[in-house]
Design a binder for this molecule. Sequence first.
Ligand SMILES: [Zn+2]
Length: 535
Amino acid sequence: MSKKAFRCKNIYTALLQELVDGYVVCEDDKIVFVGDETDAGAFIDDNTEVFRFDDNFLMPGFNDFHVHLITGALMEHDGVLRYANTEEEAAEMLWQKNKDRSGDRWILGGAWDNFKWPEAANPTKRSLDKYFPDTPVFLLNKECHGAWANSEALRRFDITKDTPDPEHGSFFRFEDGDPTGYVHEAAVIPLLKGILETMSPEDMASYAKSFSKTANSYGITAVGDLPLYGIRADASYKLLEERGELNIRIFFALAFMEEMEDIFKAREEYTSEKLAFIGVKDFLDGTPMGHTGFMIEPYMDMPDFRSESMIEPEFLKNRVAEMSGEDIKVRLHACGDGAVRLALDAFEYANEKHAGKDLRHCVEHIEATTPQDMERFGKLGVIASVQPDHLPKYDFEHHPFHTMIGDDRMQYSWPFKTIADAGGRLALGTDYPVTELNPMRGVFRAVTRLTDEGEPEGGFSPKERLSAHEALRAYTYGSAYAAGKDDKLGTLEPGKFADIAVFEKNILDCAANREEMFGMKTLMTIVGGKVVYKR
Ligand SMILES: [Zn+2]
């Protein structure tokens, strides 16, 4: 038996706001004791390995409830271009990162953000061709709704002047009809899938492994992995688990429209403590920012338009009810207030059909909603899965919501506190790679509702700010609850798995301090009693 004890003056259990000055003791993969020094003695002997973090901060590991693991991992591995200020700079950054690489493998970085570039212009293959004349390059943008390809990539997919645009997607073109290399929406999917098909589960597993290393370095011990474009990576996660190399818990969902047979198969196959199938997910709408969020009332700058649901409401209701009957958790992406209402209506219908079941369905994102609907989360037992780092991060004054949905509706954007106060449960996450994986960013944003420049004064809709305790609890216990793992994870108490993160500073004290939070050092991360990261 392996025994470890962690001494710390600031132990945050996620049960209460009050910190414990004492010890957490683990035997093998479980916690056996949390409490003060006097009582700890009975649990510590000569065979106990003792770690001292006296003045630091020890808490349950973060559980990021909304990541797109494999897509993010692919991006991260070959080059994250989030901070490039021009197209040229992005191309050069990618070259710097990949110039010494050999072999005929796709380069798949991404997270580029042309809204930061002059005139927000979409990039073209020409800038990439200069650096990568022969290697295929395919770079998803920050939202993963568009991609930037070079000529070699287009050549391999045989995309030419004569290739027609698919439904709901397009290949942007120069005046003569030649594809520019910018690929939009539905046109991205077959290309990305085609590239991933060239990879073996071993290749994918190495990406997943590098993701878990990064996640562990931020104190993350579990993630909710959501599908994107129907890409499945569970076989590669399983490979890591079989090799004993899975250092993070992955609770993954499949697509809502996946065949029932495949869903049942996944549910049967993935039931371990490290790797489990936990439900299905789909998009009800896009986002108000792209005028694709489904709104109850029209957009202010498009007075006849409120977009629409991607799933027909009657079908949605019945499918959600069917899933509920099988005890499968459903997670619906809903950014516009109309989509949020539709999701809640479908969940309400499922509740009526299956009264008494503990369903724990989720609405994802909630960029806009109404006061009436905020009240419904608690009543219906629906979880609000939210990602605070989606809140405005810079230039609040010019945030597009002011003119797209107007300040009246905007005040109800990302309404964490009202939902929680009305009895709704929150599960926090990042939506990585759409935002960064570092959980300190989300905690800071949830607590302050400020941009990086500290705007607006007092925070955006300040009544929606969470306390540091509420944010940390939602990011640990809240996510564990949403995954149906709250009996084993999410708090520090005897009997639970020893999933622990130690940080340099007391987060309850500095959650509103941007510099301290963004620069927070992780000292140690433990998953199931095993040290997986050490500074
Ligand atoms: Zn997402």
